[in-house]
Design a protein around this ligand. Structure first.
Ligand SMILES: Nc1nc2c(ncn2[C@@H]2O[C@H](COP(=O)(O)OP(=O)(O)OP(=O)(O)O)[C@@H](O)[C@H]2O)c(=O)[nH]1
Ligand SMILES: [Mg+2]
Length: 335
């Protein structure tokens, strides 16, 4: 299938085309990782065969009818096992009841390869596997740090082009990764479970930074009220005009779905009225451009100028030049 055809099929929302395009994105991220890491590796993002195709597809998608950055991107994050996937399933059903086409990206920043840790999630979401209006994909960093920052926005772009009005992004909250994912989302939902004790303490620092909505899931368990109280004390410190609301759910029994949807809609309205929504999307667009540019520069350093970098490293060791001057040299070689 040629590039045009593939993009056209994706725009029509054909699941196979969408899956192939996201695979292209993933493979390109992987190539990039391999090439940048290997000594004098190939051109990676810039010249890899896959990336040539990807670039054409992205250009084609951008000129298509669907405007980018219009899908509602909702991030769900939280500690392992709090119920992110179960909650994602609950939200898929809620948005499907409204008739929305839904995309799901399960992003695993810790897993070295796709298919392991997230297999359970796939099984859990299997009831949606035959729904043509639901696209579910998992992605992992494959051990490459910059890979997800580079690949996730492009995967969002594919899902958006495929007509997804809502995209749910699930990621395990492990420090920096959740902050990165929060930057992609219009609305970030931080999920907790009661009785986490130290977990809440540890999570505190990062929570207010990323959370637009707080969910205490597993509300069928003991200690819900004290967790809610603790969170309320925290959010009381948040800057107006938006204080993250706290919702309790029992995702495994679909309880609290309406409350959660109401709060998500409220945040969506806030984003539109305040201009904060546009500000976030501009930040996302900036990150997207920067991630591509940085990946290209890195691949040029590693590839085209690998020898020069080796020579500069040797000079740093042996001849006592300073690293700033060496970096100037390297950058000058790119011009
Ligand atoms: N009691 C109870 N169990 C729940 C609830 N929601 C989810 N679970 C269970 O908790 C376990 C973990 O749920 P997941 O949805 O896989 O949690 P997760 O946060 O996606 O987990 P990871 O992706 O592995 O970090 C599963 O056995 C769920 O059935 C709930 O509200 N109450
Ligand atoms: Mg999960």
């Amino acid at each position: 299938m040629d590039v045009r055809e593939l993009a056209a099929q994706a725009r029509l929302g054909r699941p196979r085309a969408v899956a192939r395009l996201i695979s292209l994105v993933e493979n390109a991220a992987e190539n990039m990782a391999g090439n940048a890491a290997g000594p004098g590796g190939g051109g990676g993002v810039e010249t890899g065969g896959t990336n040539h195709v990807l670039r054409e597809v992205m250009a084609d998608l951008a000129t298509g009818a669907a405007r980018p950055y219009t899908a509602r991107v909702i991030g769900l994050t939280g500690a392992p096992g709090v119920g992110k996937s179960t909650s994602t399933g609950m939200l898929i059903r809620a948005f499907r009841r409204r008739g929305s086409r839904v995309g799901v990206l399960a992003v695993d920043p810790s897993s070295p390869f796709t298919g392991g840790a997230l297999l359970g999630d796939r099984v859990r979401m299997q009831e949606h596997a035959t729904d043509p209006e639901v696209f579910i994909r998992s992605m992992s960093s494959r051990g490459h740090l910059g890979g997800l920052a580079w690949a996730t926005p492009q995967a969002l772009r594919v899902l958006e082009a495929a007509g997804c009005e809502v995209i749910l992004v699930e990621t395990v909250g492990v420090g920096q990764a959740e902050v990165d994912i929060a930057r992609l989302a219009d609305t970030t939902v931080v999920i907790l479970a009661p009785g986490m004790g130290d977990g809440v303490q540890a999570a505190k620092a990062g929570i207010l930074e990323v959370a637009d909505v707080l969910v205490v899931n597993k509300a069928d368990r003991d200690g819900v009220q004290s967790t809610v109280r603790e969170l309320r004390n925290m959010t009381g410190l948040a800057e107006p005009p938006w204080r993250p609301p706290i919702v309790t759910t029992v995702a495994s029994r679909e309880e609290g779905a309406d409350d959660l949807m109401a709060v998500l809609d409220k945040h969506q309205a806030y984003l539109e009225e305040s201009g904060e929504g546009r500000r976030r999307r501009l930040a996302r667009a900036r990150d997207e451009i920067e991630a591509i540019a940085v990946a290209r520069l890195r691949s040029r350093f590693a590839g085209l100028h690998g020898d020069r970098l080796d020579a500069l490293a040797a000079r740093l060791l042996d001849a006592g030049t300073d690293p700033y001057t060496a970096a100037d040299d390297l950058i000058a070689a790119l011009r």
